[in-house]
Design a protein around this ligand. Structure first.
Ligand code: PMP
Ligand code: GLN
Length: 398
C-alpha cells in the first residue's frame, strides 16, 4: 500500500512526548517538558469554570471572543506602548503552536526562504517544510548564544520572506538585547521581509531584563507578527490559548490561516484568559520573581552536582554542559540515563537543532517546579553522581 505524507513519515515523535513518557514509566521527576507543577491563578481558573456554566458554549467568533481580543490589545498598550485596534489586530489561536503555523501560513508562499535561529523550537522546521518554504538556519553558539551578525546578514537574500525567532528563547534562556533586535529589524526592513516573533515567554525574564517586542522598533509594526501564550503567562500550559498581535495589513491573512486550521478556540478558556491579562502588575512581576528563585535554586544545585550551568535570563529552562560528569555517551543517552538511573528527566539540547552536527553534550532542565520538587531532583542527581564521579568514564549503559 502507498505511504502517506513522506515528510511526516520521515520525522520522529517530539522529544517532549518521548521524555515525558519515559519519565512517567520510570516515575522520574520530570524536568524535561516545560510545564509548571502548580496550577495557574485561582481567579483565572474559576473564571473558566464559571464561563462553562453560563450557556455560551457554542462556536465563538472566528478570530476570538471580543473580551480576549480587547484584553490582548490593552495588554499590548500596557506593557509595550503598542497601539492595537482589537478588531483589526488580534487573532486568538489554540495555543502558540497554532499561532506559529498560522503566522507562517500568513506570510510565506512555497519556495520562499525563512531565516531561523538555532537552537530552535521543534515545530518551526516541520511547519515550514510542509508549507514548501525553505529554512535558512543560523546557529547561535554557547555559552553566550550571541547573535552571529555576519552569518545572519548572509542568510538574508532576495528570496527571504521572513525571519522566525524566539525571544526569550527556549532552550537557551537568552533574552535578545535591544541592539540585536535593532540589527535583525534592519535586515528585515532592508530585505522587505517580515518578522515573526515567538514571544511566549514575554513575562518570564529575570535579573531586571525586559522583553522588547521587535514589533515596537521603528518601521517594524507593519512587518511584525507577535505571538503570545496564556499557557506560559498564566502557568496553564494545557489550556492551549495563544494570541497573535498583527498589523492591519497582515491581520486578515493570519485570521484566514486560523480559519482553516482550527477556526476557533474554547470560548470559556478565552474568556478566562481575558481575566488573567487584566491582572495587576504584582501578578506579572511575581511570576518572574518566583521563577527566578526556582532558576537560582536549580542552577546552584546542578552546579553542585558537577554540571557546567550556562547562564539563563528567561523562560523555564536551564542549559547545562554535562562534560564534567564524564558520561560516555551523547545528550540523548545522557538524558535517558538520568531519567532511568537517577530518576530525573531532562531534554537533550540536540533536539533543538536541525542539522546533524549539533552539539551533543548539553541537557536542558526545566525549573518551573515547586522548590521541594527541585530539591528532591537535585538530591537524586547528587546521590547518583556522587557514587559515579569515578576517574574512569561512565558508559552509556552505566
Ligand atoms: N514556542 C515556544 C518557544 C515554546 O517553548 C512553546 C512551548 N510551549 C510553544 C511555542 C508552544 O506554546 P503553546 O503551548 O501555547 O502552544
Ligand atoms: N514548550 C515545551 C518545552 O519546550 C513543550 C511543549 C510541547 O510539549 N509541545 O518543553
Amino acid at each position: 500500500m502507498r505511504g502517506g505524507n513522506s515528510y511526516l513519515g520521515s520525522i520522529g515523535t517530539t522529544i517532549f512526548t518521548v521524555m515525558s513518557a519515559l519519565a512517567t514509566e520510570r516515575q522520574a521527576i520530570n524536568l524535561g517538558q516545560g510545564f509548571p507543577d502548580t496550577d495557574g491563578p485561582e481567579d483565572v481558573v474559576r473564571a473558566a469554570a464559571e464561563a462553562l456554566l453560563d450557556k455560551r458554549n457554542q462556536y465563538p467568533p472566528m478570530p476570538g471572543v471580543p473580551e480576549l481580543r480587547q484584553a490582548v490589545a490593552t495588554h499590548n498598550r500596557r506593557f509595550y506602548g503598542l497601539d492595537i485596534d482589537w478588531q483589526s489586530g488580534v487573532v486568538v489561536t489554540s495555543g502558540a503552536t497554532e499561532a506559529i503555523t498560522a503566522c507562517l501560513m500568513a506570510v510565506v508562499d512555497a519556495g520562499d526562504e525563512v531565516v531561523l535561529i538555532e537552537p530552535l523550537y521543534d515545530t518551526y522546521v516541520p511547519v515550514l517544510r510542509m508549507l514548501g518554504a525553505v529554512p535558512r538556519i543560523v546557529r547561535l553558539a554557547p555559552p553566550d548564544w550571541a547573535l552571529p551578525r555576519e552569518r545572519l546578514a548572509a542568510a538574508f537574500g532576495p528570496k527571504t520572506k521572513a525571519i522566525l525567532f524566539n525571544s526569550p528563547m527556549n532552550p537557551t534562556g537568552k533574552v535578545f538585547s535591544r541592539d540585536e533586535l535593532d540589527f535583525i529589524a534592519d535586515l528585515v526592513r532592508r530585505h522587505d521581509a517580515f518578522a515573526i516573533c515567538d514571544e511566549v515567554y514575554e513575562h518570564l525574564t529575570f535579573d531586571g531584563l525586559r522583553h522588547v517586542p521587535i514589533m515596537t522598533l521603528p518601521g517594524m509594526f507593519e512587518r511584525s507578527l507577535r505571538i503570545g501564550s496564556a499557557g506560559k503567562t498564566f502557568s496553564l500550559t494545557g489550556w492551549k490559548v495563544g494570541y497573535v498581535t498583527a498589523p492591519p495589513n497582515l491581520f486578515p491573512l493570519v485570521a484566514k490561516a486560523h480559519q482553516n486550521l482550527t477556526f476557533t478556540t474554547a470560548p470559556n478558556l478565552q474568556r478566562a484568559v481575558a481575566v488573567g491579562l487584566a491582572k495587576d502588575d504584582a501578578y506579572f512581576a511575581g511570576l518572574a520573581t518566583a521563577l527566578q528563585a526556582c532558576r537560582d535554586q536549580l542552577a546552584a544545585g546542578l552546579a553542585r552536582v558537577g554540571f557546567e550551568v550556562l547562564p539563563t535570563n528567561g523562560t523555564y529552562f536551564i542549559t547545562t554542559d554535562f562534560t564534567p560528569l564524564r558520561f560516555n555517551g551523547d545528550d540523548v543517552a545522557f538524558c535517558r540515563h538520568i531519567t532511568e538511573e537517577a530518576g530525573v528527566a531532562a531534554i537533550p539540547v540536540s533536539a533543538f537543532y536541525e542539522e546533524g552536527d549539533a552539539p551533543r553534550h548539553y541537557a536542558r532542565f526545566a525549573f518551573c517546579k515547586r522548590p521541594e520538587v527541585l530539591a528532591e531532583a537535585i538530591a537524586r542527581l547528587e546521590a547518583h553522581f556522587a557514587g559515579r564521579r569515578a576517574p574512569k568514564p561512565l558508559t552509556a549503559a552505566g
